[in-house]
Design a protein around this ligand. Sequence first.
Ligand SMILES: [Zn+2]
Length: 349
Amino acid sequence: MERVRDVRALPKAHLHLHFTGSMRPATLLDLADKYGVHLPEALKGGEPPKLRATDERGWFRFQRLYDIARSCLRSPEDIQRLVRETAEEDVRDGSGWLEIQVDPTSYAPRLGGLIPALEIILDAVRAASRETGLGIRVLVAANRMKHPLDARTLARLAVRYADQGVIGFGLSNDERRGFARDFDRAFAIARDGGLLAAPHGGELSGPASVRDCLDDLHATRVGHGVRAAEDPALLRRLADRGVTCEVCPASNVALGVYEKPEDVPLRTLYDAGVPMALGADDPLLFGSRLAAQYEIARTAHGFSDTELAELARQSVQGSRAPEDVRRKLLAGVDAWLGGTGSDARPGGE
Ligand SMILES: [Zn+2]
């Protein structure tokens, strides 16, 4: 009988997680109570809300829920709590390296401006890292619903903080709006400043949006990218260039990109040799965290432990973790796979 190892014990890197979206549901209830924010039922139930983001109304609803949750983060202490708890959850799920993305613009009004907001976030990241031992870095993400000039301002800011924890630059929100190329200057600023380019693409829009990320923004990683599966030539290109796709299966199903976990084309990407880093995206809204994504690969797609270990390696290799951390995590992956079995529990807990 083949051993079934605990995916939470598999060392991995978490490369696709949004700031407010990483909050524990109980913490949201707590903060809403503290500030007298009325939460809609969808955020109170402990059950992930039903969202269909494949139509504009569904995406708008998702954004509205996200905005309400974000409005409960009002002080540096709230930010510290969020990051510390997120780090604890990540560690519990076997994450040995976390890259979290945030658009500081959205937090700026309550935290004294754009620069103070980013500094508070970076302070919180350093503190959480110290307390939990988890290496954490930040991607500053621009919002594609806003003006490209705002994105340039953010890119410059991100570069200024490159030696204080910012490692990348992203682009989020509805990829059906506007064009990636409108943000090419912002991404050039980020890349010239040594930052990783990791825009969202290939989630709500098809393969063309992934191509735009490569051609117009010179992405070294793509947020989601799953819909590249619809285009074999694009898959070859991603594989040849070693562009890591940050695939978030639970998110894809929650937002209606795919009907059920089995429909997320994990196998197609894997077999094409496209490196992947599984991510949770917004656990607050989608109801599952990092290890659950590896569970989906196992249960819905029949990934063997050897293949799960390979996915974990790909997540580490696609990260910006320093060499010593990578070496340690990769050795941990080998140990998980070939270890004595003392850490192998049938079916997890
Ligand atoms: Zn995302």
